[in-house]
Ligand binder design. Structure first.
Ligand code: A3P
Length: 279
């Protein structure tokens, strides 16, 4: 089990995807003012948000940007990170916690779309991801996974640490927070918000088309072509509330207490609409 993951600066990462050389190199990553950055804790909807961003940029540039999600800390992008040769505008992504994002992103005031999802559905999605993904260890049962999720003993560390640190930066002009649940409720509205935030003007017709291509059904059916084998693992159910078929009452209360302790009364706490989606 242990060989599949390694720890860097106190956080676990999948050894097949990340390595220490890349982590060292990204410290000096050169961001550009016109980069578009997508930040997410795993399973909060990164592929979904990336696809929207990709389509929005594509609608403006009138050419398709290369697909594949360039997650800056993944070793497959090591060359990309080092050589800095890809033309602008670049769509970049990361699962890193706030304090591990390369300084250059802040110096250049790069705009960041930060995507969050309620912790209960995130945990369930993560559990299935662990079990369907050969690069991660598997868990026999949900009950085995749950305590590790709560303790942050999962790849990319604790959901709650990630949330608490990002929460402090949500009022910055360079940050837009979107939730999985809001995207689900109003995809066209979300497309508009994202494009306005990045200063990309697109027509109503383009908004509609982008939202159609961003539906769960469309993405599930078509993403294998663009994203490869990982698509089979990523597009599972795409629902809000699947946690109800996994959580015991005690587990649910444990997350409620943790949420209360970490996020109650905060902006992120409010935007996540916890009482609607998690009670
Ligand atoms: P589930 O496992 O609950 O189905 P990430 O991309 O960050 O790994 O997140 C994956 C989660 O987002 C999965 O959740 C996946 O089904 C969901 N997802 C991906 N695309 C989606 C879409 N277009 N609409 C709704 N959910 C989507």
């Amino acid at each position: 089990k242990e060989a599949l993951v390694f720890t860097y600066n106190g956080v676990m990462y999948p050894a097949a995807i990340c390595d220490t050389d890349t982590f060292k190199d990204i410290e000096s990553f050169e961001a550009r003012e016109d980069d578009l950055m997508l930040v997410s804790y795993p399973k909060c909807g990164s592929h979904w948000a990336h696809s929207l961003l990709h389509s929005i940029v594509g609608a403006k540039e009138k050419k398709e940007a290369p697909f594949g999600i360039p997650v800056i800390e993944f070793k497959v992008y090591h060359k990309y990170v080092k050589e800095n040769t890809v033309s602008s505008p670049r769509i970049l992504a990361t699962h890193l916690h706030y304090h591990n994002i390369p300084q250059s992103f802040f110096d250049k005031k790069v705009k960041m779309l930060v995507v969050f999802r309620n912790p209960k559905d995130t945990a369930v999605s993560f559990f299935h991801f662990y079990n369907n993904n050969s690069v991660l260890p598997s868990y026999d049962t949900w009950d085995d996974f749950f305590p590790d999720f709560m303790a942050g003993k999962v790849v990319n560390g604790s959901y709650f640490d990630h949330a608490v640190t990002w929460n402090k930066h949500l009022d910055e002009d360079t940050v837009l927070l979107m939730t999985f649940e809001d995207m689900k409720e109003d995809l066209e509205g979300s497309v508009k918000k994202i494009s306005e935030f990045f200063g990309i003007s697109i027509t109503e017709e383009q908004v509609k088309q982008i939202a159609e291509k961003g539906s769960f059904k469309y993405m599930k059916e078509n993403s294998e072509k663009t994203q490869g084998a990982i698509a089979k693992v990523v597009f599972r159910k795409g629902d809000v509330g699947d946690w109800r078929s996994h959580f015991s009452e005690a587990q649910s209360q444990e997350v409620d207490s943790k949420f209360e302790e970490c996020l109650a009364g905060t902006k992120l706490g409010e935007l996540l609409k916890y009482n609607v989606h998690c009670k």
